[in-house]
Design a protein around this ligand. Structure first.
Ligand SMILES: O=c1nc[nH]c2c1ncn2[C@H]1C[C@H](O)[C@@H](COP(=O)(O)OP(=O)(O)OP(=O)(O)O)O1
Ligand SMILES: [Mg+2]
Length: 203
C-alpha cells in the first residue's frame, strides 16, 4: 500500500469509532490516518439512497477539498424482519435535537421488531461500503458485510453505535462485548478492508 503520500491517508469520516477501527486496520500496513474532523472539513449532506452513493459523496468531497486521496465508509445495520431498515438511515435513527442517541435508536429498532410480531432470531447484517476517491475524480468501491442477529437487551459497553445489539454468527457475544481487535477481525469494515487490500496491494 505505497500509493499514499507520506504513508498517511485521509479518512473522510467524522465518526471517532469508525476512524479508530480504520486506523487499527491500516496500522498493520504502516499507514497512519488523519480524520476529516481533524482537518476541519465540513460534513457533506448524505443525500444518497444507498451506502455506495453516500460513501461516494463523502470521499469525493474530501478528496476535492484537500487534493489528497480520501477513504470514506458508509455503513449501517440491516434487520431482515424490518425489510432491511434502518439500513442507509442507521445514523438518522439516532438523531435528536441534542445530538445522536444510539440507545434511542436501538430501542426504536427493538420496538419495531416487537410490533412486527416477527419471531426470534432476528437475523441482521452490518454493511460497510468503503470508497477510495482520488483527486483526479476517479474512485474505487469496496463493499463489506457481516451476518448475525439483532439481540435484546443491549449487552456490552465497548465499541460504538449499535454494537451492543449485534451478535455476529458463530459467537455468543455482541460487538459491544468484544474488544476492538476481536471485532476488527470479523466486522463489516474488516471485510471491506480485505477487498481494499487485495485491490491496492500489500506492503
Ligand atoms: O461498527 C459499527 N458498530 C456499531 N454501529 C455502527 C457500526 N458501523 C456503522 N454503525 C452505525 C452507526 C453509524 O452512525 C451508522 C453509520 O452512518 P454513517 O453515515 O455511515 O456514519 P456516521 O454518520 O456515523 O459518520 P460519517 O458519515 O462521518 O462517516 O451506522
Ligand atoms: Mg454519516
Amino acid at each position: 500500500m505505497r500509493r499514499f503520500v507520506d504513508d498517511r491517508l485521509l479518512v473522510a469520516t467524522h465518526n471517532r469509532g469508525k476512524l479508530e477501527e480504520i486506523a487499527d486496520l491500516l496500522s498493520d500496513h504502516g499507514i497512519s490516518v488523519v480524520g476529516a474532523a481533524d482537518m476541519n472539513l465540513p460534513e457533506p449532506d448524505e443525500t444518497g439512497t444507498s451506502f455506495v452513493e453516500n460513501a461516494r459523496i463523502k470521499a469525493h468531497a474530501a478528496a476535492q477539498a484537500t487534493g489528497m486521496p480520501a477513504l470514506s465508509d458508509d455503513s449501517g445495520i440491516e434487520i431482515d424482519a424490518l425489510q432491511g431498515a434502518p439500513g442507509v438511515y442507521t445514523a438518522d435513527w439516532a438523531e435528536t435535537p441534542n445530538g445522536r442517541d444510539f440507545g434511542l435508536a436501538m430501542t426504536r429498532a427493538h420496538d419495531e421488531l416487537i410490533a412486527s410480531g416477527a419471531p426470534e432470531p432476528w437475523t441482521a447484517q452490518f454493511c460497510a461500503t468503503f470508497v477510495l476517491a482520488w483527486p483526479d475524480g476517479h474512485d474505487e468501491v469496496f463493499p463489506g458485510k457481516v451476518e448475525g442477529r439483532f439481540v435484546w437487551p443491549m449487552r456490552g459497553d465497548q465499541g460504538h453505535g449499535y454494537d451492543p445489539v449485534f451478535q455476529p454468527d458463530g459467537h455468543d457475544t455482541t460487538f459491544g462485548e468484544m474488544d476492538r481487535w476481536q471485532k476488527n477481525r470479523m466486522s463489516h469494515r474488516a471485510d471491506a478492508f480485505r477487498k481494499l487490500k487485495a485491490a491496492i496491494g500489500h506492503g
